[in-house]
Design a binder for this molecule. Structure first.
Ligand SMILES: [Zn+2]
Length: 314
């Protein structure tokens, strides 16, 4: 039996600008994510990120964000196999109708210069926001800005508003200070949608033990990123066992409820051996089983943890 799978991060929307022949409905051999591959893996929930390429930031960030939101709404959300998730009942309906729950997210709130824009993005169907993508924006410092800065005053108000609007807050890519500001402020479970364990692979994008415990205590989760450089120091030989190591570590440190998947497919260039695209994800269930996980535990890691966090936020 195939497990239901939730994946907390793909940059698939960028494919529409990478290749004019990219088609969501067909199998594209040069890309990681499309509808046939989502079905092959029995993906029940996917988070589609809007990422703003460097050349558009800051002046054209809003224009570019709206461009990708439009692609999502016209090309993904309109499909009969997809339910664009706007509230908790949509997830229940998608499950009952055996459709894919599609969550629209912003990877970096780079387009936000005033609070009312968050309301506008909510109205367009955005339900998860990663506050920064590495750089500095009006809400917070990203992790490449070594200024010791966390959330701005606008960022603090944005966190409150997102809690009220039921937009899930994503901590991946934010500075240390911003991370802790959000942990202090958020009244809802937060996520690190695509980040790994720093103790295993010491890079800035991964989380230290205190951060992992804080996300777990808050009722949130950490989605494991498949980027080989985030999984292991010798990125050349990375395979499914490296993914399992990060999962095991979080389970032991913080509990089975706090780990999930955030593959970053189509946001990463290289992939772990055996996990060349999202279609291969059922292999992870086999590997978890071989590593002693019971089926209920596998269900939590692969689907139920993301489902719980979204149901609590929506
Ligand atoms: Zn990212």
């Amino acid at each position: 039996m195939d497990y239901k799978i939730a994946d907390g991060h793909t940059d698939m929307l960028l494919n529409f600008n990478r290749d004019k022949d990219f088609c969501f409905n067909k199998n594209n051999k040069n890309f990681h994510v499309d509808l046939p591959k989502l079905k092959e893996a029995n993906i029940a929930l996917e988070v589609f990120a809007v990422f703003i390429e460097d050349g558009y930031f800051p002046e054209n960030a809003l224009k570019r964000t709206l461009h990708y939101i439009n692609i999502f709404r016209e090309t993904i959300a309109s499909k009969k196999d997809i339910v664009h998730i706007k509230d908790s009942t949509d997830i229940i309906r998608a499950e009952a109708e055996n459709k894919i729950s599609a969550v629209l997210s912003l990877e970096g709130a780079d387009a936000v210069t005033e609070l009312s824009q968050i309301n506008s993005f909510y109205n367009l169907g955005v339900r998860l926001i990663t506050l920064t993508w590495n750089r500095r924006n009006m809400l917070a410092d990203g992790l490449t800005v070594n200024s010791g800065g966390g959330l701005t005053d606008l960022g603090k108000k944005a966190v409150e508003l997102m809690n009220q609007l039921k937009i899930t807050i994503d901590l991946s890519h934010i500075s240390q200070e911003g991370f802790w500001d959000i942990i202090d402020l958020s009244s809802k479970p937060v996520v690190a949608s695509h980040s790994n364990v720093k103790k295993i692979r010491s890079i800035e994008r991964n989380l230290d033990d205190s951060q992992i415990r804080a996300v777990a205590k808050n009722g949130g989760l950490i989605g494991i990123n498949f980027c080989p450089q985030f999984l292991n120091t010798s990125a050349a030989d990375v395979d499914g066992s490296d993914i399992i190591k990060h999962i095991d570590y979080i389970v032991k440190l913080a509990g089975i409820e706090s780990v999930a998947l955030g593959s970053d497919y189509d946001g990463i260039t290289n992939t772990p051996v055996g996990f060349e695209n999202i279609g291969k994800l059922q292999l992870l269930a086999e590997k978890l089983n071989k590593n002693g996980y019971k089926s209920r535990e596998i269900e939590k890691i692969l689907y139920l943890n993301w489902r719980r966090v979204f149901l609590e936020n929506l």
